[in-house]
Design a protein. Sequence first.
Length: 308
Amino acid sequence: MSVYTTVGRDELAAWLQSLGLGELIEHVGIAAGMQNSNYFVTTSSGRYVLTLFERLDDTAELAFHLALQERLAQAGLPCPCPLTDQLGQRWRPLAGKPAALLTCLPGSAVEVPSAAHCREVGVVLARLHQAVAGIPDALPNPCGSAWRQQVGEMLMPLLSPDEAVLLKDELAFQAAQDWLALPRGVIHADLFRDNVLWCGKHLSGLLDFYFAGEDVLLFDLAVTANDWCTDATQLAELIAGYESIRPLTAAERAAWLAVRRAAALRFWLLRLEVRHRPRIGAVVTIKNPDAFRHLLTRFRLAPEPLPR
């Protein structure tokens, strides 16, 4: 949620008129995340989040991501819900970019989660998977296996010799995996700690659905585990919470080690891409890719079995 596109007060006030939210009081850029431009917007009727989509310029993609959040909010999950204008539109152009205004959820992220946090995240992730089962017009995971192969090959000449050797070997390993037997559905694909809000011990918000798409459900669980779980107890609680809603299949348990490596690879590549192909913005968050290189190396050297 960096700020790549600057929005003027007058143009924002004019854009907001069709939503009937009263007078614009202020808008402040949000300097977290990496992909889109985001602002907190306060009007006389309340506080909202404005998102300008820096890469989602396809109307089908925009429609899918906004409809997904609306469906989840209507299903009772704590997700931002897009506001519609008088014509029923969830997004409109603003400052030359597609833009949407969404409800602002209470709470704040936790830096150091407890085992109890991990269990609750597992429960909510499984509920999310159930709530979007069978959603129409689902798009594929934008950073799925084809993306990982393509971006990995593009980045390889830019890396150090040791990094290039690691990446080449991991791409070959992942290309040999067969995920056909794994349950599939729409996944969040980015449920990191900074995308989950808490009010005390209560999970109050799930954010940033703009990497969501159809893929194996286990990949979503692996992405979440890689960010939330630093020890065996946290991992056991995350898995227990998830399985209290949706038990894993035997095929998923067998694939866990490879899928967890794929999840680490995906975020190593994403952050390498930002490092080597940066975009210009007013406020840009660049995260260190080395953390996920170290995590991938750890999984390769000392695989961590799925708790039972």
